[in-house]
Design a protein around this ligand. Structure first.
Ligand code: MN
Length: 312
């Protein structure tokens, strides 16, 4: 199946330059690093019309300790409201938004907007969460209070009022709509909640045993023309050997070839309608190579195939 022709022709880049939910500073420089690595032109070269609407604006990072298990909750909420509105606006116009993070707490704003859009349009939603971490912590479980470890929980209704139900309904999404891929670091209490909620997790053990192809076949099973596929790409999904420019590296992630296959199989569905690219941290990068790798993989998400295929 090679259906990329059915992707919307108009792509919008939305920068959200903040590290408000992270445990290290620097993801705020992510959007610019992706632009420097030529993200817009690379997608344009594949025949899409790309509009960069610049960066959203939000509160500075006060770098405070957690309060009641949350760091910077008010600031996180403000950033996510801004992201929600921007992403929802683009979807309403029929455009395919790419959120340039920023840390992964911004997935709350982005995916709540997608959920709201899908609810109104009567579309099914499938969320692919490419990440080293499950991001399913709560204030009671979190060892750090960093909200970038909580977005999936918040979207599924486990979180404070300011950052749950942004879509106009709590929970914003059902755990059964999510497929997590590449997971290899989950906190103890978080593990229990992941099982309780019934999240479908394809962890690195699964990937090792089954391979990327079978993993993606399982993660993409059951999609149809009425499904909106959202990809939330945390750059720490990738093995740190190839992607050092992230705040929370975990060894043992997908290789370059495995990551390419993952992206190509998503592209083959022709169903991706929104994308987050988060946690890129230029402060830890080496000559912008992680940003360049992310752009290379995004190019595959938009249909570049390394193999010559009939009709492609
Ligand atoms: Mn993440």
């Amino acid at each position: 199946m090679h259906n990329t022709a059915s992707l919307p022709n108009r792509i919008t880049l939305i920068g959200a330059p903040t590290d408000i939910g992270a445990g290290a500073r620097g993801a705020s420089m992510g959007p610019e690093a992706l632009r420097v690595a030529d993200l817009g032109p690379v997608i344009e070269a594949q025949g899409f019309q790309v509009t960069d609407r610049g960066n959203l604006y939000g509160p500075a990072n006060p770098w405070q300790p957690p309060v009641d298990g949350y760091r910077h909750l008010d600031e996180v909420a403000a950033w996510n409201r801004a992201v929600h509105d921007a992403v929802h606006e683009e979807l309403s116009q029929g455009n395919l938004p790419i959120l340039l993070g920023g840390d992964h707490c911004l997935g709350i704003g982005s995916i709540s907007a997608v959920a709201r859009h899908c609810r109104a349009a009567g579309k099914k939603l499938r969320v692919l969460w490419l990440d080293a971490h499950a991001d399913f912590n709560t204030h009671a479980l979190t060892p750090t209070g960093n909200i970038h470890g909580m977005p999936v929980a918040c979207l599924c209704g486990y979180g404070p009022a300011q950052i749950t139900g942004l879509s106009g309904q709590t929970p914003d999404i059902e755990p059964g709509w999510v497929r997590q891929i590449g997971i290899r670091s989950v906190d103890q209490g978080e593990k229990r909640l992941v099982h309780e909620a019934g999240l479908e997790v394809f962890d690195m053990r699964y990937l090792d045993e089954m391979g990327m192809r079978a993993t993606m076949e399982a993660a993409l099973a059951g999609l149809d023309a009425d499904t909106h596929l959202h990809v939330s790409f945390d750059v720490d999904f990738l093995d740190p050997e190839i992607a050092p420019g992230v705040g929370t590296t975990v060894p043992g992630g997908p290789t370059y070839r495995e990551a390419q296959l993952c992206m190509e199989m998503i592209a083959d569905t022709g169903l991706m309608r929104s994308l987050d690219v988060v946690e890129l941290n230029p402060a830890f990068d080496v000559r912008n190579k992680t940003a360049e790798l992310a752009v290379d993989l995004i190019e595959s998400l938009f249909g570049k195939s390394t193999l010559m295929r009939r009709g492609a």
